[in-house]
Design a protein around this ligand. Structure first.
Ligand code: PMP
Length: 376
């Protein structure tokens, strides 16, 4: 095998047949024109039903379908922040957020998390970070890249802080809500009560749950006033998400078994990846409770590198192993990298084996001299 790609954010799942069939029907029927920036009504109705199953009461008029969850986040942030606004987000975080916030002239305020709290932000930490400039608190559970899943109690603590100490809106990115392991549940912060629901925008989509990243369909659900502005931003950027893809998404939501993404298989891949990575020297991780990624946190003092050298360390390691790893400081700090375990098992085994060997080799040949500081 040439280079093995463990950097991708694409789950190893095919789009469901029900999606493909609905798309073909839409084309044959001629449902191929602009459909309006909010998205087609039957899809918004299906989304509203599926959100209700998660305890989130959003009317179809409170939902906007956009070309992906990423664009949904951008449109909502455009509605919520102005130059100088603060957007608070736990670190490590999904790489897409920083670009969005900076393009809009906002300031990303990162809250560093550690393995002690399972890379989750606490109520006390959030309270310290909130100020009058805070417009948005961005949460992502199950999380990319750490796999952290917040419990209902942890979310309730964060909701309390937001409600009592700020006028911020919570942007809850739940794109990995289907990927939870060990019998845990993915809780939605907006399901915890009407007060927090009124201050929450929930983001989700079909990209990950149904293996439909290329169709480009995601959505935002929240207070109508915010969604209406987000919809106008969406209209100004691209009119609407592809009509064909929206029919495909409806086909996926209504005609696909709940377990299309095969949680059991994903949990086994997670077990494999975690068992290998937790043995690596100079690396911190947590067992992912959700999503499709294994976090890699470099411990500079153990690896003998300077904290800012994370990027060159990952580059050397990945090129020696011939395995691509996601990093580049895009998770909020150069010490963070990420492996995707949602790949065919033989590729995962081979990729992890190569990374293990390359890490040992880097230590043994004294290229890095773990702990001795030769790369400083
Ligand atoms: N949010 C998070 C946390 C993600 O990981 C991703 C994809 N990597 C997205 C949003 C974007 O999803 P989409 O492809 O639907 O735009």
């Amino acid at each position: 095998m040439d280079t093995i790609d463990l950097a991708t954010g694409v789950p190893d799942i095919d789009s469901p047949q029900s999606a493909a069939a609905a798309a073909v029907e839409a084309i044959s029927r001629g449902d191929t024109r602009y459909v309006g920036a909010a998205g087609i009504a039957p899809l918004r109705e299906a989304i509203s039903r599926s959100l209700r199953e998660r305890g989130l009461a959003y009317d179809p008029s409170q939902i906007m379908v956009a070309a992906g969850a990423k664009l949904s986040v951008f449109c909502v942030l455009s509605a919520l922040i102005k130059p100088g606004s603060n957007v608070v987000v736990p670190v490590p975080h999904y790489g897409g957020y920083r670009g969005h916030v900076e393009q809009l002239g906002g300031r990303l305020v990162g809250l560093t998390t550690t393995p002690d709290t399972g890379y989750k932000v606490t109520g006390a930490q959030l309270r310290d970070a909130l100020d009058d400039e805070t417009s948005v608190v961005l949460l992502n559970s199950p999380a990319n890249p750490s796999g952290a899943v917040y419990t209902a109690e942890e979310l309730a603590a964060l909701a309390d802080v937001v409600l009592n100490h700020s006028s911020a809106i919570v942007l809850s990115d739940e794109i990995y809500s289907r990927f939870v392991y060990d019998g845990l549940a993915a809780h939605s912060i907006g399901s915890l009560g009407p007060e927090i629901l009124a201050r929450t925008i929930t983001i989700d989509g079909v990209s990950k749950a149904y293996g439909m990243t290329g169709w480009r369909v995601g959505y935002a659900a929240g207070p109508k006033a915010v969604i209406d502005v987000a919809r106008r931003v969406h209209a100004s950027l691209c009119n609407c998400a592809s009509s064909i893809s929206q029919w495909a998404a409806l086909g996926a939501l209504t005609g696909t078994p709940q377990n299309h993404h095969d949680v059991r298989r994903h949990q086994q891949l997670r077990d494999l990846s975690n068992a290998v990575v937790e043995r690596w020297r100079g690396i911190r991780t947590v067992k992912p409770s959700g999503a499709i990624y294994q976090l890699i946190e470099l411990v500079p003092e153990e690896l003998g590198i300077a904290p800012g050298d994370g990027r060159s360390f990952f580059e050397t390691w990945a090129s020696r192993a011939r395995v691509s790893i996601a990093h580049n400081g895009r998770f909020g700090d150069p010490v963070f990298g990420r492996l995707t375990f949602s790949v065919p098992r033989p590729e995962l085994e081979e990729g992890l084996g190569r990374l293990s060997a390359a890490l040992e080799e880097l230590a043994d040949t004294n290229q890095l001299s773990f702990g001795k500081g030769t790369m400083r």
